[in-house]
Design a protein around this ligand. Structure first.
Ligand SMILES: NC(=O)c1ccc[n+]([C@@H]2O[C@H](COP(=O)([O-])OP(=O)(O)OC[C@H]3O[C@@H](n4cnc5c(N)ncnc54)[C@H](OP(=O)(O)O)[C@@H]3O)[C@@H](O)[C@H]2O)c1
Length: 296
């Protein structure tokens, strides 16, 4: 399990108290989580600075992302050599590490990856000894495929019970190249925790306000009923099913989770104490997904 810090930045899910944000990171370390996922744009660099201050480089790894320029209005993607090298310098300073562990290009296009310059820049940083591994955070299976073709060592992709087909599209090339895979949005932004009412609304500062209109959200919440018959003694909650589904895929190196409170973090860690799924559940899942129109 990796701790993702997008939600802790206050950017996507609305404001978060600084003391709670710090406590979640501290508690993650106490839980022996040693992989932290961030980006130079989360909190305009604030999350990298915080991780630089709070984490011991000897016992933790940080995955950061770059390539989005937030000082431009509107924000722009910038994957040219000069922009990436300047962004790298900024991240390295904020994280306070002599060598960065993993840097991902933050959602580039297929065209940018095929042009090859950004991959060359990342390889240079590896050869210079400033970076251990590079990769791509992909917004689609096409981008993930282009990333693997460009030689990315790590790919990050949204992967969850309700969005499995994207990974399945690129599974063969990820397996053949032994690319490390970081699965994000494992709870489908909280939906798969299974607590939402069909008429739930979100404040305008919450990205989920724009992600689903009321009708789509109602439909999504109703689709969850397909999974409930699978819950019981073996898998006690929908949240546990969602986590175990992702970790049952042998291609997944780590699930990047986004708890925003101590309670949520503790729940997720507790659920992960047993991450197995029986063959019978794994066999029944595709049928249940298909029964509510979801692609297995
Ligand atoms: N392009 C990219 O590179 C990219 C994109 C997306 C995410 N990420 C990374 O991946 C991380 C996770 O992604 P995500 O935020 O999309 O996904 P997620 O883990 O699917 O959803 C996070 C949300 O789930 C809810 N939640 C978390 N733990 C819970 C629990 N124990 N019980 C009930 N609800 C719980 C919280 O929402 P409530 O506020 O409703 O409680 C939380 O804000 C992010 O922090 C970020 O670091 C990267």
């Amino acid at each position: 399990m990796a701790l993702g810090t997008w939600g802790l930045s206050g950017d996507p899910y609305g404001p978060i108290r600084a003391d709670m944000r710090d406590k979640v990171i501290e508690r993650a370390v106490e839980h022996d989580i040693n992989l932290f996922e961030t980006a130079d744009v989360y909190g305009q660099g604030e999350m990298e600075t915080l991780l630089g201050e709070m984490l011991d480089p000897a016992s933790t790894y940080v995955v950061t992302k770059m390539g989005v320029c937030r000082s431009a209005e509107p924000p722009q993607k910038r994957f040219d050599r000069d922009s990436l090298r300047a962004a790298f310098d900024g991240s390295q300073e904020r994280l306070g590490r002599d060598k960065l562990d993993v840097v991902l290009l933050h959602c580039p296009s297929v065209t940018v990856l095929e042009a090859g310059d950004c991959a060359t820049t990342m390889r240079e940083l590896v050869e210079e000894g400033r970076l251990s591994h590079w990769g791509v955070s992909a917004g689609s299976p096409e981008v993930a495929g282009a990333a693997v073709d460009a030689g990315a060592e790590v790919v990050e992709l949204a992967y969850n019970l309700m969005l499995a087909s994207d990974l399945h599209e690129v599974a063969d090339s990820i397996a053949a190249t032994e690319t490390a895979l970081l699965a994000r949005s494992v709870l489908a932004h909280g939906l798969l925790a299974g607590y939402w009412r069909p008429d739930r609304t979100f404040p305008s500062s919450d990205h989920r306000n724009k992600r689903w209109d009321p009708e789509q959200l109602r439909y999504r919440v109703e689709q969850l009923s397909a999974f409930r018959p699978l819950l019981g003694e073996e898998v006690p909650s929908l949240r546990a099913l969602a986590l175990r589904f992702v970790l049952a895929n042998h291609l997944v190196s780590s699930a990047v989770l986004g708890p925003r409170t101590l309670l949520q973090l503790d729940q997720l860690v507790r659920e992960l104490a047993d991450s197995t799924l029986s063959e019978s559940i794994l066999q029944e899942l595709p049928l249940r997904l298909a029964s509510v129109g979801l692609q297995p």
